[in-house]
Ligand binder design. Structure first.
Ligand SMILES: Cc1cc2nc3c(=O)[nH]c(=O)nc-3n(C[C@H](O)[C@H](O)[C@H](O)COP(=O)(O)OP(=O)(O)OC[C@H]3O[C@@H](n4cnc5c(N)ncnc54)[C@H](O)[C@@H]3O)c2cc1C
Length: 505
Protein backbone atom coordinates (compact mmCIF):
# COMPACT_ATOMS: atom_id res chain seq x y z
CA UNK A 1 0.00 0.00 0.00
CA UNK A 2 1.34 3.42 -0.90
CA UNK A 3 1.49 6.21 1.66
CA UNK A 4 -1.57 8.02 0.35
CA UNK A 5 -3.64 4.84 0.51
CA UNK A 6 -2.37 4.30 4.03
CA UNK A 7 -3.48 7.75 5.07
CA UNK A 8 -6.85 7.23 3.44
CA UNK A 9 -7.21 3.96 5.32
CA UNK A 10 -6.40 5.55 8.65
CA UNK A 11 -8.87 8.35 7.97
CA UNK A 12 -11.61 5.80 7.29
CA UNK A 13 -11.07 3.82 10.43
CA UNK A 14 -14.75 3.13 11.00
CA UNK A 15 -14.94 1.13 7.81
CA UNK A 16 -11.60 -0.63 8.16
CA UNK A 17 -11.00 -3.91 9.90
CA UNK A 18 -7.23 -4.38 9.62
CA UNK A 19 -5.64 -5.63 12.84
CA UNK A 20 -3.01 -2.91 12.80
CA UNK A 21 -5.46 -0.10 13.48
CA UNK A 22 -4.25 1.71 16.57
CA UNK A 23 -6.24 1.92 19.75
CA UNK A 24 -6.95 5.58 19.10
CA UNK A 25 -8.91 4.91 15.98
CA UNK A 26 -10.96 2.25 17.66
CA UNK A 27 -11.84 4.69 20.42
CA UNK A 28 -12.59 7.42 17.94
CA UNK A 29 -14.94 5.13 16.05
CA UNK A 30 -17.54 5.59 18.79
CA UNK A 31 -17.90 9.17 17.65
CA UNK A 32 -15.13 10.52 19.86
CA UNK A 33 -17.58 11.40 22.59
CA UNK A 34 -15.38 10.09 25.42
CA UNK A 35 -13.27 13.25 25.60
CA UNK A 36 -16.22 15.61 25.69
CA UNK A 37 -18.08 13.63 28.32
CA UNK A 38 -15.08 13.11 30.57
CA UNK A 39 -13.74 16.66 30.75
CA UNK A 40 -15.54 18.84 33.23
CA UNK A 41 -14.00 22.29 33.27
CA UNK A 42 -15.00 24.03 36.49
CA UNK A 43 -12.59 26.96 36.61
CA UNK A 44 -9.81 28.76 34.78
CA UNK A 45 -6.50 26.96 35.16
CA UNK A 46 -3.09 28.26 36.13
CA UNK A 47 -0.40 27.45 33.60
CA UNK A 48 3.11 28.34 32.46
CA UNK A 49 3.99 30.20 29.32
CA UNK A 50 6.71 29.18 26.88
CA UNK A 51 9.25 31.19 28.88
CA UNK A 52 7.99 29.86 32.22
CA UNK A 53 5.91 32.87 33.33
CA UNK A 54 2.59 32.19 35.11
CA UNK A 55 -0.46 32.49 32.84
CA UNK A 56 -4.17 31.83 33.14
CA UNK A 57 -5.91 29.41 30.82
CA UNK A 58 -9.55 30.49 30.49
CA UNK A 59 -12.10 27.85 31.34
CA UNK A 60 -14.07 28.45 28.13
CA UNK A 61 -10.99 27.89 25.95
CA UNK A 62 -10.19 24.66 27.75
CA UNK A 63 -13.77 23.49 27.34
CA UNK A 64 -13.58 24.31 23.61
CA UNK A 65 -10.40 22.28 23.22
CA UNK A 66 -11.91 19.34 25.10
CA UNK A 67 -15.04 19.47 22.97
CA UNK A 68 -13.06 19.56 19.76
CA UNK A 69 -10.91 16.53 20.56
CA UNK A 70 -11.71 12.92 19.82
CA UNK A 71 -9.37 11.78 22.59
CA UNK A 72 -9.57 12.92 26.17
CA UNK A 73 -8.29 16.20 27.53
CA UNK A 74 -7.09 15.38 31.03
CA UNK A 75 -7.14 18.03 33.74
CA UNK A 76 -5.40 17.50 37.12
CA UNK A 77 -8.75 16.49 38.63
CA UNK A 78 -9.30 13.70 36.11
CA UNK A 79 -9.07 10.12 37.42
CA UNK A 80 -6.53 9.14 34.76
CA UNK A 81 -4.37 12.25 35.14
CA UNK A 82 -1.97 10.85 37.77
CA UNK A 83 -1.14 7.83 35.67
CA UNK A 84 -0.97 9.80 32.41
CA UNK A 85 1.47 12.41 33.72
CA UNK A 86 4.07 9.78 34.73
CA UNK A 87 7.06 9.10 32.52
CA UNK A 88 9.60 6.29 32.59
CA UNK A 89 12.13 8.02 34.86
CA UNK A 90 10.77 8.32 38.41
CA UNK A 91 13.05 11.29 39.20
CA UNK A 92 10.82 13.33 36.89
CA UNK A 93 7.75 14.46 38.81
CA UNK A 94 6.06 17.13 36.75
CA UNK A 95 2.45 18.23 36.57
CA UNK A 96 1.22 19.57 33.24
CA UNK A 97 -1.81 21.85 33.40
CA UNK A 98 -3.38 19.81 30.60
CA UNK A 99 -2.74 16.43 29.01
CA UNK A 100 -4.10 16.13 25.49
CA UNK A 101 -4.50 12.42 24.98
CA UNK A 102 -4.45 12.41 21.19
CA UNK A 103 -5.99 9.70 19.03
CA UNK A 104 -5.18 11.20 15.64
CA UNK A 105 -3.44 14.00 13.78
CA UNK A 106 -6.55 16.17 14.14
CA UNK A 107 -6.27 16.03 17.93
CA UNK A 108 -2.59 16.93 17.66
CA UNK A 109 -3.48 19.88 15.44
CA UNK A 110 -6.03 21.17 17.97
CA UNK A 111 -3.61 20.79 20.86
CA UNK A 112 -0.84 22.56 18.94
CA UNK A 113 -3.18 25.41 17.98
CA UNK A 114 -4.30 25.79 21.59
CA UNK A 115 -0.71 25.79 22.83
CA UNK A 116 0.43 28.34 20.26
CA UNK A 117 -2.55 30.65 20.81
CA UNK A 118 -1.91 30.65 24.58
CA UNK A 119 1.90 30.64 24.27
CA UNK A 120 1.67 27.62 26.54
CA UNK A 121 4.71 25.53 27.46
CA UNK A 122 4.46 22.41 25.30
CA UNK A 123 5.78 18.89 25.78
CA UNK A 124 5.36 16.05 23.28
CA UNK A 125 5.28 12.52 24.57
CA UNK A 126 5.61 9.30 22.57
CA UNK A 127 7.16 6.45 24.58
CA UNK A 128 7.95 8.67 27.59
CA UNK A 129 11.50 7.24 27.83
CA UNK A 130 13.44 10.48 27.72
CA UNK A 131 15.75 10.07 30.73
CA UNK A 132 15.71 13.81 31.33
CA UNK A 133 11.90 13.97 31.19
CA UNK A 134 11.64 16.08 28.04
CA UNK A 135 8.18 14.67 27.31
CA UNK A 136 6.47 16.34 30.25
CA UNK A 137 6.47 19.73 31.93
CA UNK A 138 5.14 21.74 34.86
CA UNK A 139 2.12 23.89 34.07
CA UNK A 140 2.11 23.38 30.31
CA UNK A 141 0.39 21.02 27.93
CA UNK A 142 1.56 17.48 27.36
CA UNK A 143 0.64 16.35 23.86
CA UNK A 144 0.40 12.65 24.60
CA UNK A 145 0.73 10.42 21.56
CA UNK A 146 0.69 7.15 23.49
CA UNK A 147 -2.90 6.30 22.42
CA UNK A 148 -1.66 6.40 18.81
CA UNK A 149 0.05 3.05 18.54
CA UNK A 150 0.10 0.86 15.48
CA UNK A 151 2.38 -0.56 12.81
CA UNK A 152 1.62 -1.54 9.27
CA UNK A 153 4.22 -3.40 7.28
CA UNK A 154 4.18 -3.48 3.50
CA UNK A 155 6.38 -6.51 2.71
CA UNK A 156 6.43 -5.71 -1.00
CA UNK A 157 7.95 -2.26 -0.72
CA UNK A 158 9.76 -3.23 2.53
CA UNK A 159 8.28 -0.32 4.37
CA UNK A 160 6.84 0.07 7.86
CA UNK A 161 4.30 2.80 8.67
CA UNK A 162 4.12 3.73 12.33
CA UNK A 163 1.71 5.71 14.42
CA UNK A 164 3.72 8.19 16.49
CA UNK A 165 3.24 6.59 19.92
CA UNK A 166 4.38 3.15 18.76
CA UNK A 167 6.91 1.28 20.90
CA UNK A 168 9.99 -0.44 19.48
CA UNK A 169 8.81 -3.93 20.40
CA UNK A 170 5.73 -3.43 18.24
CA UNK A 171 7.88 -2.43 15.27
CA UNK A 172 10.22 -5.39 15.75
CA UNK A 173 7.48 -7.96 16.23
CA UNK A 174 5.45 -6.79 13.27
CA UNK A 175 8.35 -6.49 10.82
CA UNK A 176 10.20 -9.72 11.76
CA UNK A 177 6.98 -11.65 11.08
CA UNK A 178 7.65 -10.78 7.43
CA UNK A 179 11.38 -11.56 7.60
CA UNK A 180 12.12 -7.85 7.74
CA UNK A 181 13.52 -5.42 10.29
CA UNK A 182 15.17 -2.07 10.68
CA UNK A 183 17.45 -0.56 13.31
CA UNK A 184 15.66 -0.03 16.61
CA UNK A 185 16.81 0.36 20.21
CA UNK A 186 17.49 -2.33 22.74
CA UNK A 187 14.66 -2.00 25.28
CA UNK A 188 11.35 -2.88 23.70
CA UNK A 189 9.06 -0.38 25.43
CA UNK A 190 11.06 2.67 24.33
CA UNK A 191 9.19 4.95 21.93
CA UNK A 192 10.14 4.63 18.26
CA UNK A 193 9.51 8.33 17.53
CA UNK A 194 11.73 9.88 20.20
CA UNK A 195 14.49 7.35 19.55
CA UNK A 196 14.45 7.83 15.78
CA UNK A 197 14.25 11.63 15.77
CA UNK A 198 17.35 11.85 17.97
CA UNK A 199 19.34 9.20 16.04
CA UNK A 200 18.57 5.64 17.13
CA UNK A 201 21.32 3.12 17.89
CA UNK A 202 20.57 -0.58 17.91
CA UNK A 203 21.62 -4.11 17.10
CA UNK A 204 21.26 -3.66 13.34
CA UNK A 205 22.94 -0.25 13.25
CA UNK A 206 26.34 -1.25 11.89
CA UNK A 207 24.54 -3.18 9.12
CA UNK A 208 21.74 -0.78 8.15
CA UNK A 209 22.63 2.56 9.75
CA UNK A 210 20.91 4.41 12.56
CA UNK A 211 17.12 4.36 12.96
CA UNK A 212 17.04 7.93 11.61
CA UNK A 213 18.92 6.83 8.47
CA UNK A 214 16.04 4.46 7.80
CA UNK A 215 13.35 7.08 8.33
CA UNK A 216 12.13 7.73 4.80
CA UNK A 217 9.00 9.72 5.44
CA UNK A 218 7.08 11.51 8.16
CA UNK A 219 4.02 13.65 8.67
CA UNK A 220 4.78 16.65 10.83
CA UNK A 221 2.33 18.99 12.58
CA UNK A 222 4.24 22.25 12.57
CA UNK A 223 3.91 25.06 15.11
CA UNK A 224 1.40 26.82 12.85
CA UNK A 225 -0.88 23.77 13.03
CA UNK A 226 -0.20 22.74 9.44
CA UNK A 227 0.42 19.11 8.53
CA UNK A 228 3.46 18.76 6.29
CA UNK A 229 4.87 15.63 4.73
CA UNK A 230 8.62 15.10 4.60
CA UNK A 231 10.32 12.61 2.31
CA UNK A 232 13.18 12.54 -0.19
CA UNK A 233 10.76 14.05 -2.74
CA UNK A 234 8.59 16.32 -0.62
CA UNK A 235 10.26 18.79 1.76
CA UNK A 236 13.55 16.84 1.73
CA UNK A 237 15.25 19.44 3.90
CA UNK A 238 12.70 18.75 6.66
CA UNK A 239 13.42 15.02 6.40
CA UNK A 240 17.12 15.88 6.73
CA UNK A 241 16.34 17.74 9.97
CA UNK A 242 14.14 15.01 11.41
CA UNK A 243 17.04 12.57 11.03
CA UNK A 244 18.78 13.59 14.24
CA UNK A 245 17.30 17.03 14.93
CA UNK A 246 14.76 15.64 17.43
CA UNK A 247 11.29 17.08 17.91
CA UNK A 248 12.38 20.62 17.06
CA UNK A 249 10.22 21.12 13.98
CA UNK A 250 6.82 19.90 15.06
CA UNK A 251 4.89 16.89 16.26
CA UNK A 252 5.57 13.91 14.03
CA UNK A 253 2.23 12.20 13.55
CA UNK A 254 3.35 9.27 11.41
CA UNK A 255 6.67 7.71 10.51
CA UNK A 256 7.70 5.65 7.53
CA UNK A 257 10.75 3.34 7.73
CA UNK A 258 12.83 1.42 5.23
CA UNK A 259 12.95 -2.27 6.21
CA UNK A 260 15.61 -4.83 5.35
CA UNK A 261 15.61 -8.58 4.91
CA UNK A 262 16.71 -10.07 8.22
CA UNK A 263 16.56 -13.66 9.41
CA UNK A 264 14.25 -13.47 12.44
CA UNK A 265 16.54 -16.02 14.11
CA UNK A 266 19.85 -14.32 14.78
CA UNK A 267 23.01 -15.55 16.45
CA UNK A 268 22.64 -13.61 19.65
CA UNK A 269 23.35 -13.58 23.35
CA UNK A 270 25.81 -12.40 25.93
CA UNK A 271 29.08 -13.59 27.47
CA UNK A 272 30.01 -12.49 30.98
CA UNK A 273 33.50 -12.71 32.45
CA UNK A 274 34.64 -12.47 36.03
CA UNK A 275 36.58 -9.39 37.08
CA UNK A 276 39.99 -11.06 36.87
CA UNK A 277 39.57 -11.15 33.06
CA UNK A 278 38.55 -7.50 32.73
CA UNK A 279 41.73 -6.19 31.14
CA UNK A 280 41.97 -9.07 28.69
CA UNK A 281 38.37 -8.49 27.60
CA UNK A 282 38.83 -4.73 27.18
CA UNK A 283 42.10 -5.19 25.25
CA UNK A 284 40.39 -7.72 22.99
CA UNK A 285 37.40 -5.45 22.45
CA UNK A 286 39.51 -2.38 21.63
CA UNK A 287 41.04 -4.33 18.76
CA UNK A 288 38.13 -6.54 17.66
CA UNK A 289 35.15 -4.19 17.68
CA UNK A 290 36.46 -1.60 15.19
CA UNK A 291 37.31 -4.35 12.67
CA UNK A 292 34.29 -6.64 12.96
CA UNK A 293 31.97 -7.16 9.98
CA UNK A 294 28.91 -4.89 9.74
CA UNK A 295 26.56 -7.84 10.21
CA UNK A 296 27.91 -8.35 13.70
CA UNK A 297 26.76 -5.84 16.24
CA UNK A 298 28.35 -5.90 19.69
CA UNK A 299 27.81 -3.95 22.89
CA UNK A 300 30.15 -4.02 25.88
CA UNK A 301 28.89 -3.69 29.45
CA UNK A 302 30.65 -3.16 32.76
CA UNK A 303 28.95 -3.37 36.11
CA UNK A 304 29.69 -2.66 39.72
CA UNK A 305 27.22 -3.32 42.49
CA UNK A 306 27.04 -2.84 46.28
CA UNK A 307 27.11 -6.56 47.11
CA UNK A 308 28.84 -8.40 44.31
CA UNK A 309 32.07 -8.58 42.37
CA UNK A 310 32.13 -6.26 39.33
CA UNK A 311 31.69 -7.86 35.93
CA UNK A 312 32.17 -7.32 32.23
CA UNK A 313 30.03 -8.64 29.37
CA UNK A 314 29.85 -8.54 25.60
CA UNK A 315 26.53 -8.87 23.85
CA UNK A 316 26.61 -10.04 20.24
CA UNK A 317 23.99 -10.05 17.51
CA UNK A 318 24.82 -11.56 14.12
CA UNK A 319 21.88 -10.90 11.83
CA UNK A 320 22.94 -12.55 8.53
CA UNK A 321 23.84 -16.06 7.34
CA UNK A 322 24.63 -18.27 10.36
CA UNK A 323 27.63 -20.11 8.85
CA UNK A 324 29.34 -16.81 8.09
CA UNK A 325 28.34 -15.66 11.56
CA UNK A 326 30.12 -18.58 13.17
CA UNK A 327 33.31 -17.56 11.39
CA UNK A 328 32.93 -13.92 12.46
CA UNK A 329 32.26 -14.95 16.06
CA UNK A 330 35.28 -17.27 16.31
CA UNK A 331 37.64 -14.78 18.07
CA UNK A 332 34.93 -13.87 20.55
CA UNK A 333 34.10 -17.51 21.26
CA UNK A 334 37.78 -18.21 21.87
CA UNK A 335 37.95 -15.45 24.46
CA UNK A 336 34.68 -16.66 25.93
CA UNK A 337 36.14 -20.01 27.03
CA UNK A 338 36.44 -18.45 30.50
CA UNK A 339 33.03 -16.74 30.34
CA UNK A 340 29.49 -17.61 31.30
CA UNK A 341 26.55 -17.29 28.92
CA UNK A 342 26.24 -18.08 25.26
CA UNK A 343 25.73 -16.64 21.79
CA UNK A 344 23.42 -18.97 19.90
CA UNK A 345 20.46 -19.10 17.52
CA UNK A 346 17.86 -16.84 19.16
CA UNK A 347 14.75 -15.02 17.95
CA UNK A 348 15.72 -11.41 17.25
CA UNK A 349 12.68 -10.20 19.20
CA UNK A 350 13.80 -12.19 22.26
CA UNK A 351 17.19 -10.51 22.14
CA UNK A 352 15.46 -7.15 21.71
CA UNK A 353 13.56 -7.55 24.97
CA UNK A 354 16.16 -9.32 27.12
CA UNK A 355 16.94 -6.10 29.04
CA UNK A 356 13.34 -4.94 29.52
CA UNK A 357 13.03 -6.23 33.09
CA UNK A 358 16.12 -4.25 34.12
CA UNK A 359 14.51 -0.90 33.25
CA UNK A 360 11.08 -0.87 34.92
CA UNK A 361 8.88 2.22 34.60
CA UNK A 362 8.92 4.60 37.52
CA UNK A 363 12.21 3.66 39.18
CA UNK A 364 14.60 6.58 39.60
CA UNK A 365 17.36 6.74 37.02
CA UNK A 366 20.31 8.97 36.26
CA UNK A 367 22.79 8.72 33.45
CA UNK A 368 25.75 10.44 31.83
CA UNK A 369 26.99 9.69 28.36
CA UNK A 370 29.32 10.70 25.58
CA UNK A 371 30.57 9.43 22.25
CA UNK A 372 33.79 7.48 21.87
CA UNK A 373 35.74 6.64 18.73
CA UNK A 374 38.61 4.61 20.17
CA UNK A 375 39.34 2.61 23.31
CA UNK A 376 42.83 3.79 24.22
CA UNK A 377 45.00 2.19 26.95
CA UNK A 378 44.21 5.26 29.08
CA UNK A 379 40.48 4.70 28.56
CA UNK A 380 40.86 1.05 29.56
CA UNK A 381 42.74 2.00 32.74
CA UNK A 382 40.07 4.57 33.63
CA UNK A 383 37.19 2.13 33.10
CA UNK A 384 38.86 -0.47 35.30
CA UNK A 385 39.52 2.08 38.03
CA UNK A 386 35.91 3.34 37.96
CA UNK A 387 34.28 -0.09 38.02
CA UNK A 388 36.45 -1.76 40.63
CA UNK A 389 35.01 0.61 43.27
CA UNK A 390 32.05 -0.65 45.31
CA UNK A 391 29.36 1.99 45.81
CA UNK A 392 26.04 2.10 47.61
CA UNK A 393 24.25 1.95 44.24
CA UNK A 394 24.62 -0.26 41.16
CA UNK A 395 26.52 1.25 38.25
CA UNK A 396 26.32 -0.02 34.67
CA UNK A 397 28.20 1.17 31.63
CA UNK A 398 27.18 0.36 28.10
CA UNK A 399 29.46 0.95 25.16
CA UNK A 400 26.71 0.81 22.58
CA UNK A 401 28.00 0.04 19.11
CA UNK A 402 27.63 2.36 16.14
CA UNK A 403 30.19 2.06 13.33
CA UNK A 404 29.76 0.26 10.00
CA UNK A 405 26.88 1.58 7.91
CA UNK A 406 26.13 4.31 10.49
CA UNK A 407 29.75 5.42 10.23
CA UNK A 408 29.76 5.64 6.43
CA UNK A 409 26.97 8.22 6.25
CA UNK A 410 28.47 11.68 5.74
CA UNK A 411 28.20 14.03 8.77
CA UNK A 412 26.13 16.52 6.75
CA UNK A 413 23.92 13.92 5.04
CA UNK A 414 21.55 13.98 8.02
CA UNK A 415 21.20 16.23 11.06
CA UNK A 416 22.92 13.49 13.10
CA UNK A 417 26.47 14.74 12.75
CA UNK A 418 28.61 12.38 14.85
CA UNK A 419 29.41 9.75 12.28
CA UNK A 420 32.97 9.07 13.35
CA UNK A 421 31.84 7.71 16.72
CA UNK A 422 32.17 3.97 17.22
CA UNK A 423 30.29 3.86 20.52
CA UNK A 424 27.92 5.74 22.75
CA UNK A 425 29.37 5.33 26.24
CA UNK A 426 26.65 5.67 28.86
CA UNK A 427 26.78 5.10 32.60
CA UNK A 428 23.48 4.63 34.34
CA UNK A 429 22.25 3.89 37.82
CA UNK A 430 18.86 3.44 39.48
CA UNK A 431 17.36 3.52 42.95
CA UNK A 432 13.95 3.68 44.62
CA UNK A 433 14.23 5.95 47.60
CA UNK A 434 13.90 9.72 47.03
CA UNK A 435 16.29 10.36 49.91
CA UNK A 436 19.13 8.83 47.86
CA UNK A 437 18.59 10.96 44.77
CA UNK A 438 20.88 13.91 45.48
CA UNK A 439 23.83 11.80 46.69
CA UNK A 440 23.58 9.28 43.84
CA UNK A 441 23.40 11.98 41.20
CA UNK A 442 26.31 13.91 42.73
CA UNK A 443 28.40 10.73 42.84
CA UNK A 444 27.59 9.96 39.18
CA UNK A 445 28.63 13.48 38.18
CA UNK A 446 31.87 12.99 40.04
CA UNK A 447 32.54 9.71 38.23
CA UNK A 448 31.79 11.41 34.95
CA UNK A 449 34.50 14.02 35.49
CA UNK A 450 36.91 11.10 35.04
CA UNK A 451 35.14 9.55 32.07
CA UNK A 452 34.08 12.60 30.09
CA UNK A 453 37.63 13.31 28.87
CA UNK A 454 37.47 9.95 27.05
CA UNK A 455 34.52 11.22 25.00
CA UNK A 456 33.76 13.89 22.45
CA UNK A 457 30.24 15.20 21.84
CA UNK A 458 27.15 13.34 22.98
CA UNK A 459 24.03 11.56 21.85
CA UNK A 460 21.14 14.00 22.35
CA UNK A 461 18.78 11.21 23.40
CA UNK A 462 21.02 10.22 26.31
CA UNK A 463 21.65 13.74 27.58
CA UNK A 464 20.25 14.51 31.04
CA UNK A 465 21.34 18.12 31.55
CA UNK A 466 19.86 21.03 29.54
CA UNK A 467 22.46 23.34 28.06
CA UNK A 468 21.69 25.33 24.92
CA UNK A 469 25.36 26.08 24.23
CA UNK A 470 26.26 22.40 24.53
CA UNK A 471 23.38 21.46 22.20
CA UNK A 472 24.48 24.06 19.65
CA UNK A 473 28.08 22.86 19.71
CA UNK A 474 26.98 19.25 19.58
CA UNK A 475 25.07 19.76 16.32
CA UNK A 476 28.39 21.02 14.93
CA UNK A 477 28.42 22.30 11.36
CA UNK A 478 24.81 21.20 10.92
CA UNK A 479 23.55 23.79 13.40
CA UNK A 480 23.03 26.71 10.95
CA UNK A 481 20.96 24.46 8.69
CA UNK A 482 18.88 23.33 11.66
CA UNK A 483 18.28 26.97 12.65
CA UNK A 484 16.97 27.68 9.15
CA UNK A 485 14.52 24.80 9.45
CA UNK A 486 13.53 25.93 12.92
CA UNK A 487 12.86 29.45 11.63
CA UNK A 488 10.67 27.98 8.91
CA UNK A 489 8.66 25.45 10.92
CA UNK A 490 8.74 26.70 14.51
CA UNK A 491 9.76 30.37 14.67
CA UNK A 492 8.21 30.81 18.15
CA UNK A 493 10.08 27.80 19.57
CA UNK A 494 6.86 26.12 20.66
CA UNK A 495 8.74 22.82 20.57
CA UNK A 496 11.56 23.64 22.95
CA UNK A 497 11.55 20.67 25.32
CA UNK A 498 14.21 18.78 23.38
CA UNK A 499 17.87 19.24 22.42
CA UNK A 500 16.75 22.66 21.43
CA UNK A 501 17.63 24.53 18.27
CA UNK A 502 16.87 28.18 19.01
CA UNK A 503 15.14 30.08 16.19
CA UNK A 504 16.53 33.43 15.07
CA UNK A 505 13.59 34.59 12.94
C1 LIG B 1 15.53 1.99 28.96
C2 LIG B 1 16.02 2.81 27.81
C3 LIG B 1 16.71 2.20 26.78
C4 LIG B 1 17.18 2.94 25.71
N1 LIG B 1 17.84 2.30 24.70
C5 LIG B 1 18.25 3.00 23.62
C6 LIG B 1 18.86 2.35 22.52
O1 LIG B 1 19.08 1.15 22.53
N2 LIG B 1 19.21 3.11 21.46
C7 LIG B 1 19.00 4.45 21.42
O2 LIG B 1 19.33 5.08 20.41
N3 LIG B 1 18.44 5.09 22.45
C8 LIG B 1 18.05 4.40 23.53
N4 LIG B 1 17.46 5.05 24.58
C9 LIG B 1 17.31 6.52 24.52
C10 LIG B 1 16.07 6.85 23.72
O3 LIG B 1 16.44 7.00 22.37
C11 LIG B 1 15.46 8.17 24.21
O4 LIG B 1 15.12 8.04 25.56
C12 LIG B 1 14.25 8.56 23.38
O5 LIG B 1 14.00 9.91 23.61
C13 LIG B 1 13.04 7.75 23.72
O6 LIG B 1 11.96 8.08 22.91
P1 LIG B 1 10.48 8.11 23.51
O7 LIG B 1 9.56 8.35 22.39
O8 LIG B 1 10.26 6.92 24.36
O9 LIG B 1 10.63 9.35 24.47
P2 LIG B 1 9.72 10.57 24.89
O10 LIG B 1 10.15 10.85 26.29
O11 LIG B 1 8.29 10.37 24.64
O12 LIG B 1 10.26 11.71 23.93
C14 LIG B 1 11.62 12.04 23.89
C15 LIG B 1 11.83 13.32 23.11
O13 LIG B 1 11.39 13.14 21.77
C16 LIG B 1 10.35 14.05 21.45
N5 LIG B 1 9.34 13.34 20.69
C17 LIG B 1 8.89 12.09 20.92
N6 LIG B 1 7.97 11.76 20.00
C18 LIG B 1 7.83 12.82 19.19
C19 LIG B 1 7.03 13.07 18.06
N7 LIG B 1 6.19 12.17 17.59
N8 LIG B 1 7.15 14.27 17.46
C20 LIG B 1 8.01 15.20 17.93
N9 LIG B 1 8.79 15.01 19.00
C21 LIG B 1 8.70 13.83 19.62
C22 LIG B 1 9.81 14.49 22.80
O14 LIG B 1 9.21 15.74 22.75
C23 LIG B 1 11.05 14.52 23.64
O15 LIG B 1 11.77 15.70 23.41
C24 LIG B 1 16.96 4.33 25.66
C25 LIG B 1 16.28 4.96 26.69
C26 LIG B 1 15.81 4.21 27.76
C27 LIG B 1 15.10 4.90 28.87
Amino acid sequence: MKRREFLRATACAAGASAAWLPLGYLRAADGGSAGRAATAVATDLAGRSLDGAPITLPRADIADLAASMQGELLLPTHARYEQARRVWNGTIDKRPALIASCVGAADVMRAVNFAREHKLLTAVRAGGHSTSGKSTCDGGIMIDLSPMRGVRVDPKSRTAYLEPGTLLGQLDRESTAFGLATTAGTVSNTGAAGLTLGGGFGRLGSRFGLACDNLIGADVMTASGKLVHASEKENPELLWGLRGGGGNFGVVTSLEYRLHEVNPIVLGGMYTWSWKDVRAVLDFYADFAPRKPDELCTDLFMRSSPNAEPGISILACWSADHAAGERALEPLRKLARTAQGNVAATPYVALQSMFDAGFPDGRKYYQKSGLVSTLTPKAIDTLIEVFQVKRTYPLTMQLQGMGGAAHRVKPDATAFVHREALWDMAIITNWDNDAESAANMASMREIWTRMEPLTYGFYVNSRYEDDLKAFRENYGNNYPRLVKLKNQYDPINLFRLNANVVPTA
